[in-house]
Write a protein that binds this ligand. Structure first.
Ligand SMILES: [Zn+2]
Length: 417
């Protein structure tokens, strides 16, 4: 078995409804693990690449990646920490306030979070007098979170774990799960655990990147193997119902370039159905999110954008201009592989995160340097790979522009400033 085969397997059947009728609607270039930045010593070992195809379930309309990487490889040494982004911390504070005011969990109520990361959200519930418990597979982050006084179980959330939490803490009045339900292959098992743990009058609140935003804003670069589901409300309703849960809210939020905050309760629970659910269903119907043609159109928008960008980069390179990349988020791996942005076009990449500095980009092995390198090596153009942060990057590096440098923003539409 090759290293790639040992790490990756092809799922059969829709992750939400189990349906066998799956249609491939988008084929992106195979990529290595999108976050696998390598050290100088690792440069000689070839990084396996994995297929990156997107499938539409013909029964329930769920959009998903079927090539699944072993979750232990992806998440046991996860380095992404929510608490480092002030905007994200504020977002979670508002989130906690929303849950407190809308569902009013009693004083001393029990709040559990699946994929609790560094405890950023749970801290707000604890500060509001609620009992909290996190569950997360990331070992190092879990240890740090426990040291901050947020009880955290290191592990994957399963029905067995739900059972032991129930025995120890009782039913959960709130179960939160943010930016995690797109990461889990066995969603059925997670939801069985949720249904077991949730109090009859409790709520499950989760946020996931929203398929409607992906399609509308051409965020195809958010497709990589950490994200195996691209959720929309239509397919989620019957999935939740199959676990005895009723979706009562589906509110669009700005997180990660466009997400949806969903709230579900046990069937027959105390809360009324919000208008946001039917609004989301209407939007999805209008956008044709269950129709294959929608993704054919998306693919041609991606191709057009890619052609424009690569033509620009090649023209600049032919004129002897030097181009560097700014930012090395996981999504840059999808962007670069799919559009064919190779080391011949991008000389080096700069990042603010010390974790990636001194390393080399996944697969293509472009050197990753501290931001200071743009002033020392003085490229002519900076291609902003972390394009959702384009404005703050341009503002922060006004000195680069002042010295004659230009910025290229690849998405949502090509811009040179
Ligand atoms: Zn399905």
């Amino acid at each position: 078995m090759s290293p790639a085969e040992a790490l990756c397997r092809r799922r059969e059947g829709c992750r939400l409804c189990g349906g066998a009728g799956l249609r491939k609607v988008l084929s992106l270039a195979p990529i290595p693990l999108a976050n696998a930045f390598v050290t100088r010593e690792e440069l000689d070992s070839e990084q396996p690449r994995f297929p990156l195809d997107v499938w539409l379930c013909e029964s329930c309309g769920h959009v998903q990646v079927l090539d699944v990487i072993d979750s232990r490889v992806l998440f046991e040494h996860y380095v992404y920490v929510s608490g480092t982004s002030p905007a994200f911390v504020r977002h979670f504070e508002h989130y906690a306030d929303y849950v407190m005011s809308r569902f009013a969990p009693s004083a001393g109520a029990f709040v559990a979070e699946i994929g609790s990361n560094d405890g950023t959200l749970l801290k707000f519930f604890r500060d509001r007098g609620r009992r909290v418990l996190g569950v997360d597979p990331a070992q190092e982050i879990g240890e740090a979170t426990r040291r901050l006084g947020i009880p955290t179980i290191t592990g994957f959330f399963t029905p067995g774990l739900a059972e032991s939490i129930l025995a120890q803490h009782g039913h959960a009045d709130v179960i939160a799960a943010n930016n995690v339900l797109a990461h889990i292959d066995d969603l059925d098992s997670v939801m069985r655990g949720v249904a077991r743990l949730l109090a009859p009058s409790g709520v499950l609140v989760f946020e996931v990147a929203y398929l409607a935003d992906l399609v509308e804003k051409i965020r195809f670069d958010t497709i990589y193997h950490e994200h195996i589901d691209y959720h929309s409300i239509g397919p989620l309703i019957p999935f939740l119902a199959s676990h005895g849960l009723q979706l009562i809210e589906a509110i669009r939020v700005d997180t990660h370039g466009g997400s949806v905050r969903c709230v579900a309760q046990c069937r027959g629970g105390p809360f009324p159905l919000g208008a946001s659910v039917s609004a989301a269903l209407r939007l999805e119907e209008e956008m044709g999110l269950k129709r294959p043609e929608t993704y054919v159109a998306l693919a041609s928008r991606i191709e057009k954008l890619g052609k424009e960008l690569v033509t620009l980069l090649r023209t600049l390179a032919a004129q002897g201009k030097r181009i560097a990349g700014f930012g090395a988020p996981a999504k840059a791996t999808t962007l670069m592989y799919h559009l064919g942005i190779t080391p011949e076009l991008v000389e080096f990449i700069v990042v603010d995160s010390p974790l990636k500095q001194g390393r080399f980009s996944p697969g293509m092995h472009i050197p990753v340097l501290p931001a200071q390198a743009i002033y020392e090596r003085r490229p002519d153009y900076l291609l902003i790979l972390a394009w959702n942060f384009a404005r703050p990057i341009v503002e922060k590096h006004a000195a680069f522009a002042k010295a004659g440098g230009r910025f290229i923003i690849p998405l949502p539409s090509l811009e040179v400033i």
